[in-house]
Design a protein around this ligand. Structure first.
Ligand SMILES: Nc1ncnc2c1ncn2[C@@H]1O[C@H](COP(=O)(O)OP(=O)(O)OP(=O)(O)O)[C@@H](O)[C@H]1O
Length: 251
């Protein structure tokens, strides 16, 4: 039977050389098909957690178990970042950038690769004509669309989105949030959505975890955490965002 959880993290601790316990016994799971939010102030360890899940950095203790279902063909979780410009090769055109993961995977004909690139460009709301452009010729929102297309072209089951809308202005933020929700529905994705913005998390997520100084201090459904917060720190964050006083501001 298919496992309910796509990712289980237990007792995860990470230290950098001069910075110990950036993550301190972090445990949580991501259910298949859900969007799980991770909220916390700058420097609390959100990006470190994302990098540890993707094995980009080593952890000193704990376990990260990724459950690959039979039909995902072993595609590892993929990630999108706050600044898509830094993750897109500036000297390559969008078509090349999107085709590259398919080439590296191997066993896919040129015709099939181009078909897939076209399909993804259209899925993210860009047309085929964008294949011929360089990243510098795109707006911030368009670049984030390309980054999403690149992350999803191999059809991973889990996407980690690290502040994907934080660098965009509010109208573009709303468009990318809509797009992420659509891709989540259409592509059967599970998402870890990292943000310091409680309003964005409310729009996007099913459940949310609140992180403070490397520890998860509270987690629950968005309704539970926003409207019946248990931890003082959660209450402080909600107050700072003006949500505790004016619930109508959300959404
Ligand atoms: N490579 C590194 N070497 C040493 N310390 C690091 C390194 N990367 C991050 N840190 C420290 O670890 C802590 C957590 O950083 P991290 O980037 O995970 O936080 P964050 O919550 O993602 O912050 P932000 O929202 O600003 O991106 C910070 O104090 C940071 O200075």
């Amino acid at each position: 039977m298919e496992n309910k959880n796509i990712l289980v993290v237990s007792g995860l601790s990470v230290s950098y050389k001069k910075h110990v316990h950036v993550l301190d016994h972090v445990s949580f799971e991501i259910e298949r098909g859900e969007i799980l939010g991770l909220v916390g102030e700058s420097g609390c360890g959100k990006s470190t957690l994302a990098k540890a899940i993707l094995s980009m950095i080593k952890h000193e203790s704990g376990e990260i178990t990724f459950d690959v279902s039979a039909d995902s063909k072993g595609i590892r979780p993929q990630m999108v970042f706050q600044d898509p410009y830094s993750s897109l090769n500036p000297v390559k055109k969008v078509g090349w950038i999107l085709e590259e993961p398919l080439k590296l995977k191997g066993g896919i004909t040129k015709a099939k690769r181009l078909e897939k690139v076209s399909e993804m460009l259209n899925r993210v709301g860009l047309g085929d004509a964008y294949a011929d452009r360089y990243p510098r010729q795109l707006s911030g929102g368009q670049r984030q669309r390309v980054a999403l297309a690149g992350a999803l072209i191999l059809e991973p089951e889990l996407l980690i989105a690290d502040e994907p809308v934080s660098a965009l202005d509010v109208t573009i933020q709303a468009q990318i949030i809509e797009l992420l929700l659509k891709l989540h529905r259409d592509m059967n994705l599970s998402v870890l959505f990292i943000s310091h913005d409680l309003r964005v998390v409310y729009q996007m997520c099913d459940r949310v975890m609140i992180m403070k100084k490397g520890e998860i201090v509270e987690k629950g459904t968005v309704q539970e955490v926003y409207f019946a917060p248990k931890h003082e720190y959660t209450k402080t964050l909600l107050e700072a965002a003006g949500i505790s006083e004016d619930k109508s501001l959300i959404g």
